[in-house]
Design a protein around this ligand. Structure first.
Ligand SMILES: [Zn+2]
Length: 452
């Protein structure tokens, strides 16, 4: 009884304290009504004409037929309501790219190599590049991207600045350094530096299951959203396309990522490495050019995504890769076409960074050229990527409860996906970033009093 009375007294004190405390300042709800001439709310389902999207703060509150005003939409009287007129536009969910490298692109690398400098960008250069390229990526209509393998911590810093509202850019899921074995695709350590454990961790170089577990945990500690590892050689490193990891190393990386709730993505060309990774439970195969039919069957059964990165081969690579073999092998094996025919899940990924950031949407044209319908190509960059990222409840469609990520363009991308190269309106999380073809959000949109 004594305990109960003490509790009752405590409750009284707390409620009095609550009454006496000044009311917490509340920001009034912001509403935006978007009038969409055509709306593809859920890629895979038909687009609809003359729709209103009701945005409340950062999320979609409703999607209704007709062009509604605030009263008709049932918004609270006195609420702050903006109207965005896209009645002559095609509106769809923000696009997503599952495979980019934001620290560099050919224009930057060419300038360096002209001076004889063949080193990767320094962390400082990588951070500045990422700021610029992230903004360009958002302007192209990509509101969420996955950065798969950018050495050191530059992309983490930019991701954090975007998430804190200090600058504008897409939502970035960061892998940090791609994990690779000594001498593998992604090992960028100098010959005399491989023995230093800290350098190995920072570079993502690991040999054997135990060291590979530690490598995953190091990227996790840095703040990684996803783990990237290279199972085979690649065009960029002239290390061939054969397996480089043992099955126990692949298993150690994938299970360590999953243990802490991260997805695992692997760069893989050889059919053997692809099957080992799928058996270990990897979430996506990046590139996957040499996948065999058994590998495709395993991927379909396990629900593993293929991220085709067709753009990295077309036009012929000019950045480090300098290898028309990439085109020849892609065309000969047609992994993308065969994966589609086998019913394997495909998530849009362009490998932007091997070509200019902001040109990500060129991948749509290649997907359609190789047999995919425009609707399925758009679905791969919205619904499918959201599923691969584990964000199906947050992004990928324009439906109540989802983050308000919208893009718009003239023309109809279901008739011609090339229209997606000309996104002229971008909203990310309820904030307009681009309107009438121009980025309108100031670079920093915090009030001047806010300090960092
Ligand atoms: Zn890549």
């Amino acid at each position: 009884m004594l305990v109960n009375s003490h509790l009752a007294l405590l409750a009284t004190i707390l409620s009095v304290a609550a009454l006496a405390a000044p009311a917490a300042p509340t920001t009034p709800d912001r509403y935006v009504l978007v009038h969409a001439g055509t709306l593809l709310a859920v890629p895979g389902r038909p687009a609809e004409r003359e729709m209103t999207i009701v945005v409340k703060n950062d999320r979609v509150a409703g999607v209704v037929r007709g062009f509604l005003d605030a009263t008709a939409a049932g918004l609270p009287s006195g609420a702050t309501v903006d109207l965005i007129d896209l009645r002559d536009r095609f509106v769809l969910p923000g696009l997503m790219d599952a495979h980019v490298h934001l620290i560099h692109e050919p224009s930057f690398t060419r300038r360096r190599t002209e001076r004889g400098d063949r080193n990767p960008p320094t962390s400082a250069e990588g951070a500045v590049n990422t700021v610029v390229y992230a903004r360009r990526t958002l302007a192209a209509g990509f509101t969420t991207v996955r950065d798969l393998g950018s050495d050191d911590q530059a992309v983490f810093a930019v991701r954090n600045a975007i998430n804190a509202g200090r600058m504008i850019g897409p939502r970035i899921l960061v892998s940090g350094s791609a994990l690779a074995v000594t001498g593998g695709h992604g090992d960028s350590l100098p010959l005399d530096g491989t023995g230093d454990p800290q350098s190995r961790l920072r570079d993502g170089t690991c040999d054997g299951p135990m060291e590979c577990r530690a490598a995953v945990r190091y990227q996790y500690k840095l703040g990684a959203d996803v783990i990237k590892f290279t199972s085979t050689g690649g065009f960029g490193s002239n290390t061939g396309l054969d397996p480089q990891l043992f099955a126990d190393e692949i298993e150690a990386i994938v299970s360590s990522a999953h243990l802490v709730g991260l997805k695992a993505a692997t760069h893989a060309y050889s059919a053997i490495a692809i099957k080992q990774a799928v058996r270990a439970g990897v979430d996506s195969i990046e590139h996957g050019f040499l996948v065999d039919d058994e590998g495709l069957a395993l991927m379909k059964k396990a629900g593993t995504f293929l991220v085709p990165t067709l753009s990295a081969s077309y036009p012929p690579p000019i950045f480090r890769i300098a290898d028309p073999e990439s085109v020849r092998i892609r065309n000969e094996h047609q992994a993308f076409e065969r994966a589609r025919a086998a019913g394997v899940k495909i998530a849009f990924g362009s490998d932007a960074g091997t070509f200019a950031h902001g040109d990500n949407a060129k991948e749509f044209g290649l997907m359609v050229k190789f047999g995919m319908s425009p609707m399925d190509a758009i679905r791969s960059a919205t619904v499918a990527t959201a599923d691969l990222f584990g964000l199906a409840g947050e992004v990928g469609t324009v439906e109540p409860g989802k983050l308000a990520d919208l893009v718009a363009l003239a023309g109809n991308p279901l008739d011609d996906v090339a229209a997606l190269l000309h996104i002229d309106f971008v909203m990310k999380g309820g904030r307009v970033a681009k309107q009438d073809g121009r980025m309108i959000e100031p670079f920093t949109y915090l009030p001047p009093s806010a300090s960092f």
